[in-house]
Design a protein around this ligand. Structure first.
Ligand code: ADP
Length: 373
């Protein structure tokens, strides 16, 4: 990917051009002192957009652990940078209903460790229509909100892109979905927590599978994408990993399991993404049961994968992206998502997200097959 790299963590200076002072070892910049870089490593100084005075933040679509850490980062970065910040409840629905509250640094105290979202989230049909989006933009203008941070998934970003295109509202998206299926970012908020929760369940099931010569089909979330299944499958040492991106006929799955028995395996765990089969893992169970010699059990992890305290990785990710989203708005960015490309924060046009899909890691899939011999 070749997306724009974002600037660093220094305080935004209204005198952008003075940001890098090459000749002094330590140069004063406003109230902040920073070490000057050698001339050859100078980067263009950021020009902060003085027009941005008040931003809004909302969470939309499916909830994901770490959204609260993202809200906290947005609110505190904004206040640190002397912006006003308002929280919008229940995603786009709250915009249309004008369910908006101004937040302070203490409004987001003690939430970094909590799953879900204190701003709540919703799916909003009215926002699918241009009239709904016009209504939402009016609510923002009425409150003097100049820019919006949207924490959500693909659908939320489609809405944000249209809000910007039709109404000129600057929007910056923060990717948050346990499915990790958003193009333009290596990882999204909530994915790491979800795979760890699912993996813990798989480890427990493996103990009982081994004790009883059983086959466990474990269904994990992922209607259209297999990122969760693939990571959990590799980390959990699965016999097979079944993904919506690469549907394997049920008979072939049964063949794989029988072959594993012939190689001396006495129990197996198969990870099934919910969208890998019509009817999910339960449908697969009936097809496989008749063919293999194990007792077959199906476990559907379902929404347990969404809840719980976010992992360190998700909290740090959400803190970084929340910070950079606010800085991006101040730099005049609009209609972009902040994401991660090989550990660096990048800005990706929201239009690119609509044109592209994120494939699963094919190398990881190949590796999983080799390691299951
Ligand atoms: P996620 O953001 O987790 O993918 P959804 O797909 O449910 O979740 O989208 C969340 C909300 O975003 C929807 O309820 C709707 O209000 C808005 N949205 C989704 N798709 C569009 C679209 N094509 N145009 C406008 N708004 C959309």
């Amino acid at each position: 990917m070749t997306h724009a790299r974002t600037g660093g963590a220094g305080h935004p200076s209204p005198h952008g051009a003075q940001d890098a002072v090459p000749d002094a070892a330590v140069a004063p910049v406003g109230s902040v002192r920073r070490i000057a870089r050698p001339r050859q490593r100078e980067r263009p100084a950021p020009l902060y957009w003085a027009a941005m005075k008040h931003i809004g933040v909302l969470t939309s679509g499916g909830d994901a652990p770490g959204m609260n850490a993202g809200i906290r980062a947005v609110v505190r970065t904004a206040i640190h940078d002397r912006l006003r910040v308002s929280g919008i409840y229940r995603g786009y629905q709250g915009l249309i209903d004008d369910d908006i509250v101004e937040l302070g640094p203490r409004s987001v105290a003690n939430i970094i460790q909590r799953g879900g979202t204190i701003l709540r989230t919703a799916r909003c049909d009215a926002f699918l229509q241009p009239e709904g989006r016009a209504h939402a933009a009016d609510a923002l203008r009425k409150r003097g909100i100049d820019g919006l941070v949207v924490i959500g998934g693909d659908g939320s970003f489609r809405g944000a892109h249209r809000l910007h295109a039709e109404q000129g509202i600057p929007v910056v998206g923060i990717p948050a979905t346990i499915d990790n299926d958003i193009y333009g970012t290596d990882v999204s908020i909530g994915f790491n927590t979800a795979i760890n929760i699912a993996l813990e369940a798989v480890d427990r099931l493996r103990d009982t599978a081994a004790s009883h010569d059983r086959l466990f089909l474990v269904e994990v979330m992922g209607r259209d994408s297999g990122h969760i299944a693939l990571h959990v499958g590799v980390a959990g040492g699965a016999e097979a990993i079944l993904l919506p991106e690469d549907v394997v006929p049920a008979d072939d799955v049964a063949d794989m399991i029988v072959a594993a028995q012939d190689r001396g395996k006495s129990s197996s765990v198969v990870i099934v993404a919910e969208g890998a089969y019509e009817g999910g893992a339960m449908a697969l169970q009936s097809a496989v049961k008749a063919r293999c010699g194990y007792e077959v059990r199906t476990v559907i992890l379902g929404h347990t994968q969404r809840g719980g305290s976010p992992t360190t990785r998700d909290r740090v990710l959400a803190s970084r992206l929340g910070f950079h989203a606010v800085r991006a708005l101040q730099l005049g960015a609009a209609d972009v998502m902040v994401g991660i490309d090989q550990r660096e924060v990048v800005r990706v046009p929201l239009a690119d997200l609509e044109r592209n899909t994120k494939d699963i890691d094919r190398e990881l899939m190949e590796l999983a097959t080799i390691l299951a011999i």
